[in-house]
Write a protein that binds this ligand. Structure first.
Ligand code: SF4
Ligand code: SF3
Length: 547
């Protein structure tokens, strides 16, 4: 199929709940969307080749695994808007693929993506033929995209672990095998459903790998009060999910008179013991990603985006926006650095020294750090509160925040929860309610924040621990409901991981993914009880029997 328009429906804010065809609601333009489509295509081609090489017992180097995960990460919503950077990644991938294909003894049966080669003059034409709509059967397309988006989220988590020098060859092998299978026209709907569930299994492994990497490097998160006001020094704001970048920035800013603030998904960094020694680690500034235009303006100092979510910047602060890793914005400066290398942030620090201190947005503090070990340490207290009836239920409200008005649902839902219900959260969804005065139950805060979206893994471990403590057979017998907000593809791998762990009846909102075809939606409803959301009052009644 030759598709002249862009087509992207990978995130929750997709235009009209169907697909972005003229320009992305996120700001992605058609030419960038086309290069992202081609990058996915050539990466899948490379994955076909590496999967064949592995089947011939040939080794595939770590740098190839890293190239695959980096390419997937680049195409995540709000990560990279820099067409030239994406074209360079396509060229690099093609060169690597051409070299590797020569090592295969047998190349029969490989799809066209494995062979295709071209130069940049041909990229735009080729991209028109390899986008999402190239798969005509809507169920096959739906499952291929569901798997691909899950793999993008998994690649992101895997890359963060790689940055801390933790690799899992089995995980990379799976990512590439699954990518290759999305190009295999002989696979049936049933085969792809099985692959979707297998992706969830590796989702758990990927989050476990990252958890191990984070805890190994920075210690177990612990209960922490984080300042949300400002100090008097100039500051650097660091956003995204990459803790290794934060560590390097904190080291390099020590004794420079420049403070470091976290933004959005970087907030949970404050919960790790290793970062507490930095006196200039000042607090968290602002809210979830989608408010960044207004908040970055007021920050006055440089902003370092380590991962999604980047909103294309206004001219007024573009000079102060820096990217690194998989992120990119045309016209913004990018800090490079390979795994294990020290990134040089000196230019950002020099810029910070010339900037005014951040403008105060709010005052006070928020509390978090309820990852698995911290919650296990409180287990007796929590179990007692459940047994005595002081805590009636838990509600998992992990996931993403976003700009749609319909997401006000989550603030209202949290606000109206019965007072004997505790929220378990992770990801940037929490900004809808983490500053509400929800209080505590016998000293246990009613919002228990485990950390970033990948720390949903902690929530799963906590649920499994409660199941064990209460001697239950099935995780679904716990006094626990799931009301998850999604936006981008990391939430897709979290969802698939929860399905793999046997969690049923997850409510997903504010809307169900546009990439789920009616048949695939039915499959998820029938097998897993997946549902959307209703009104706040309807859902409160459904979950808690409240009026
Ligand atoms: Fe549209 Fe979302 Fe794709 Fe951006 S990432 S183009 S908003 S579907
Ligand atoms: Fe947020 Fe982008 Fe998903 Fe990591 S920063 S949760 S949306």
């Amino acid at each position: 199929m030759n598709c002249n328009k862009m087509f992207c429906y990978q995130c929750q804010e997709t235009a009209g709940g169907k697909g972005c065809t003229v320009s992305g609601v996120c700001g992605k333009k058609p030419d960038v969307a086309a290069m992202q489509d081609l990058l996915i295509y050539v990466t899948k081609g490379l994955a076909c080749v590496t999967t064949r090489l592995r089947s011939e017992w040939k080794e595939v180097g770590k740098e190839i695994n890293h190239l695959v995960t980096q390419n997937l990460f680049i195409t995540i919503t709000n990560a990279n808007f820099d067409k030239e950077a994406i074209i360079c990644s396509i060229e690099k991938t093609l060169a690597v693929k051409q070299e590797l294909i020569g090592h295969a003894a047998d190349i029969l049966g490989l799809p066209e993506a494995a062979y295709w080669n071209g130069d940049r003059a041909e990229f735009a034409e080729k991209a028109k033929k390899v986008g999402i709509l190239a798969t005509e059967n809507e169920d096959i397309r739906s499952l291929r995209e569901l798997i691909t988006y899950g793999l993008k989220g998994l690649a992101a988590y895997s890359k963060h672990a790689n940055a801390l020098l933790q690799d899992n060859e089995e995980l990379d092998t799976f990512i590439q095998r699954a990518l290759a299978k999305t190009m295999d026209d002989t696979l049936s709907v049933d085969d792809l459903v099985a692959l979707t569930l297998e992706t969830g299994k590796y989702g758990v492994e990927g989050m476990a790998l990252l958890d191990k990497a984070n805890v190994g490097a920075y210690g177990n998160p612990e209960i922490t009060t984080v300042n949300i006001g400002v100090r008097k020094n100039p500051g650097i704001l660091i956003s995204g999910h990459d803790l290794r970048d934060l560590e390097m920035l904190l080291e390099q800013t020590a004794d420079t008179g420049v403070d470091v603030y976290t933004h959005s998904e970087m907030l949970p960094a404050h919960y790790y013991p290793a970062f507490k020694k930095y006196q200039h680690f000042a607090g968290n500034y602002g809210n979830a990603w989608w408010k960044q235009k207004e908040e970055f303006e007021k920050f006055h100092g440089p902003i370092l985006m380590t991962t999604n979510c980047v909103v294309p910047p206004a001219a007024s602060y573009k000079e102060r926006l820096w990217t690194t890793g998989a992120t990119g914005v045309p016209g913004c400066k990018h800090i490079s650095g390979e795994y294990g290398e020290r990134k040089d942030f000196s230019r950002i620090i020099e810029q910070a020294k010339t900037c005014a201190p951040p403008e105060e947005l709010e005052r006070g503090s928020i509390v978090g750090g309820f990852a698995h070990e911290q919650v296990f340490a409180l287990a007796d207290q929590i179990v007692e509160a459940v047994k005595s009836g002081a805590i009636r239920k838990f509600v998992v409200m992990a996931g993403c925040d976003g700009r749609m008005k319909s997401r006000e649902y989550y603030r209202e839902f949290a606000d109206k929860l019965p007072e004997d219900v505790v929220i378990l959260t992770a990801g940037c969804a929490k900004y809808k309610y983490n500053k509400l005065p929800l209080g505590d139950i016998g000293g246990i805060p009613r919002v228990l924040d485990a950390g970033q979206c990948n720390d949903s893994y902690s929530l799963a471990l906590i649920a499994l621990k409660l199941k064990e403590v209460f001697g239950l057979e099935d995780i679904n017998d716990l006094p626990l409901v799931f009301n998850i907000a999604w936006y981008e593809q990391k939430a897709v791998i979290v969802l698939l991981a929860l399905l793999h762990l046997g969690v049923k009846n997850i409510h997903l909102g504010p809307t169900l993914p546009a990439f789920l075809s009616p048949n695939v939606t039915n499959m998820l409803v029938e097998n897993f009880g997946i549902a959307g959301i209703g009104t706040v009052d309807e859902d409160l009644k459904l979950f808690f029997g409240a009026e």
